[in-house]
Design a binder for this molecule. Sequence first.
Ligand SMILES: C[S@@+](CC[C@H](N)C(=O)[O-])C[C@H]1O[C@@H](n2cnc3c(N)ncnc32)[C@H](O)[C@@H]1O
Length: 275
Amino acid sequence: MATVKENLQRAIELTESDSPRLDLEVLLCHLLGKSRAWLYTWPEHQLNDDQQADFEQLLKRRIAGEPVAHLTGSREFWSLPLKVNRSTLIPRPDTEVLVETVLALCPQDTVRLLDLGTGTGAIALALASEKKHWQITAVDTMPAAVALAEENRAVQGFGNVQILQSDWFSALGGATFDVIVSNPPYIDTQDPHLRQGDVRFEPVSALVADEKGLADIRKIAAQAAGHLSESGLLLVEHGWEQGKAVRNIFSEYGYKDVETRLDYAGRERITLGRT
Ligand SMILES: C[S@@+](CC[C@H](N)C(=O)[O-])C[C@H]1O[C@@H](n2cnc3c(N)ncnc32)[C@H](O)[C@@H]1O
């Protein structure tokens, strides 16, 4: 048995983590059902035998590389606590740039928006939390991801979001939208990062695309124009070295006003264009 403080002093065991102290705090909060403020208020609180045994298990799995979000089963995105699992991507902070960009470009109260490859529902639900009157459709091809997004939608109680299983546009018939957004798979199959960090525990279906990572972005750009209203907006997230290639794809399919926005690290991350 150990105290909260003693357990928080075990950061040295998490040699591969970029944020060992934070990892320990999040795991302890999850285990004890307490906030980080509580951990700092009660450093001498002693874990009971069961709690300590559970903590040792979590720590062992974290040392083996499992993402903290998989150990706790949740990740915050746009201040929404989202359930996560192995069926899809753990939402990343950089994707909030996509949400911010959509909100900045679309001040209207009524917008028909489509989120392609919704995963946990992160982008669709973040937008729904800001825009109660937008009609939001979110699709994913993986049934387990569709179920996860629907669970997250129901927890938030957003009645203006519809989650569907669809291979990109296949289940959407002739539906049209004012805005189409996507954070699709965009990692090249040969990228060495696939063997590092959290992505080792995330599914290939959420990460990897052919054509040096650009195949899904190309499919989306090719088909989105037929589902966008006049002057409709397409925005996709992509790798920080793919900006030029994605702008070229957008131009190839006739999009206008094509531009790329930067992420929080100042790297090219979101490309957008209009029909
Ligand atoms: C990079 S993840 C993004 C998840 C979520 N939108 C986010 O930003 O956290 C890509 C998602 O696209 C989905 N996906 C892959 N191929 C698809 C397809 N052909 N049609 C629809 N969704 C697809 C994957 O299952 C995965 O959930």
